[in-house]
Design a protein around this ligand. Structure first.
Ligand code: SAH
Length: 473
């Protein structure tokens, strides 16, 4: 079983410092099920490749009883794919061979630890339950380019069809630590093998190795379930930790401080304004990013103009409420086909939100702290790139009109910031400039001559319209 990691970072030989492996030596590491060999087929200033070759002892697997139990057919315990494919044994070998790099340390050149490098990875043979779609769901949100080659069951008998084994090639620019932690978790998730016992320590390893990216990965629940071999109670424990940091959307009525009817009225009005702007923009397909409990989605569903409506939120709980409120299991098939809800995070690139005419972010940006907001900008304006983007956010200047809000206090406990009109426009103008959009700002609600309206809204329209989109002009 072979894993190769190549970089063209300059000088490429930095990889040997990062991985703490001398480029001139072949090294061996024993681990529970065999031996891992580490060597470099190529080292130059331009390109450096390191190989991890696993030599798994099939007899040892049976003796140590961490191989297949042989339930499926009598000889499975002795005849199986484990020695020849990437599996959780590969993850054990990665930890054993590259533990320093995985812990984010580099003795000789510590500055390299935080440097994202262009990597190309090849895994010679990996079983993937669910095939290509699963590989995409796992790796694409982390920014990987994927090349998959599926192998037939037997090249001599093409009629036997395709096997579940692939050669997987990945490309990405990340730090070595990120790369290793992605491979460590996602290789066994692809494999989805249930052959060995999983305990509490596996749950801890998952949280530790995935701490920087798993909480916001759109497929975090799927990853957790598969990684923990479908043990629901352990998976629930992990999900609880993963969800702890997420914005906890309270009833959005609690968003503003005034009396309840007024709060509701204010939010309804905001959503109606956004719906009207989307109509005005001639959008036929709309994605509501951070859709929460689906209030805007409900308004959009009532309008025939919107042919395809997608709601996305990081919070599974909110999506469940949205599903109920929109009565998705009761509405007609025709209506049902117009709308979809997905769980995902605006801080990861996600192909599912690309290609829409318009995107709405209603009272969402203020729930992200600054490094995440920087990621969101890219995801929305660089990758998803809708023709129109509507963003609303509280106008901090208005806060002094709320009784019970002291100076500097925010409207909602989960808000990471609230901007004045000048701050919002500074942000919007920069985005427009950087991603080639035009932007205008509008108040939402009655405008106070001194402090403006309660809510502020930015309407972005791309300058790059493709010919097919000219109908929108
Ligand atoms: N747009 C809705 C909800 C606003 S509350 C409405 O106007 O009613 C903010 C929403 O943003 C919450 O539902 C929260 O779960 C969601 N959110 C926060 N961070 C997010 C992220 N990184 N990715 C996607 N959604 C996020």
């Amino acid at each position: 079983m072979l894993l190769t990691i190549t970089t063209t970072h300059q000088p490429a030989s930095d990889l040997s410092y990062l991985l703490h492996k001398h480029p001139g030596k072949v090294q061996e590491f024993e681990f529970s099920t065999g031996v891992a060999h580490v060597f470099y087929p190529e080292v130059s200033e331009q390109k450096c490749t390191i190989c991890l070759l696993l030599d798994i002892d099939p007899v040892g697997l049976v003796r140590r009883s961490n191989g297949p139990r042989g339930n499926d057919f009598a000889l499975e315990q002795y005849v199986n794919d484990r020695p020849y494919v990437a599996s959780s044994f590969m993850s054990s070998a990665i930890v054993k061979a590259f533990s320093t790099a995985m812990n984010g340390r580099c003795k000789e050149k510590p500055e390299l630890v935080s440097v994202p490098m262009p990597f190309e990875i090849e895994i010679a043979a990996i079983p993937v339950r669910g095939g290509e779609a699963v590989v995409k769901e796992l790796f694409e949100p982390l920014g990987y380019q994927i090349e998959l080659q599926r192998h037939p069951v037997d090249t001599h008998f093409p009629e036997w069809g395709e096997s579940r084994y692939f050669t997987l090639r990945l490309k990405n620019t990340v730090t070595a630590q990120q790369l290793l932690s992605h491979l460590y978790i996602l290789i066994p998730v692809c494999d989805n093998d249930k052959h060995y016992w999983i305990g509490q320590s596996e749950a801890e390893k998952l949280l530790e190795k995935g701490q920087d990216w798993l909480p916001l990965h759109p497929a975090r629940e799927f990853i957790t379930m598969r990684y923990l071999k479908h043990q629901r109670s352990l998976a629930n424990q992990v999900m609880e930790v993963l969800l702890k940091d997420e914005a906890t959307p309270e009833e959005d009525e609690a968003e503003e401080k005034p009396v309840p009817e007024q709060k509701k009225r204010v939010h309804d009005m905001r959503l109606q304004t956004v719906r009207d702007e989307l109509k005005q923009a001639n959008a036929k397909t709309v994605v509501d990013l951070g859709c929460g409990e689906g209030k805007l989605l409900k308004l959009l569903l009532e309008e025939k103009q919107f042919e395809k409506i997608l709601g996305m939120d990081v919070s599974y709980r909110s999506l469940e409420i949205a599903r109920d409120k929109l009565k998705l299991d009761k509405i007609s098939t025709a209506q049902r086909q117009r709308i979809e809800l997905i769980q995902g995070s605006l801080t990861y690139r996600d192909k599912r939100i690309e290609g829409f005419d318009a995107a709405a972010l209603v009272e969402v940006i203020e729930h992200l702290d600054e490094p995440r907001l920087a990621a969101l900008e890219k995801i929305v304006f660089k990758y998803a790139k809708p023709i129109d983007v509507i963003v609303t956010t509280p106008n901090a200047e208005y806060n002094k009109k709320f009784e019970g809000l002291t100076a500097g206090q925010m409207r909602h406990s989960d808000h990471r910031f609230e901007w004045t009109r000048a701050e919002f426009q500074q942000w919007g103008n920069r985005i427009a400039e950087e991603y080639n959009y035009d932007v205008v700002y509008k108040p939402v609600g009655e405008e106070d001559p001194e402090v403006g309206a309660l809510t502020q809204m930015a309407l972005f329209t791309t300058k790059q319209r493709t010919p097919a989109l000219n109908r929108f002009l």
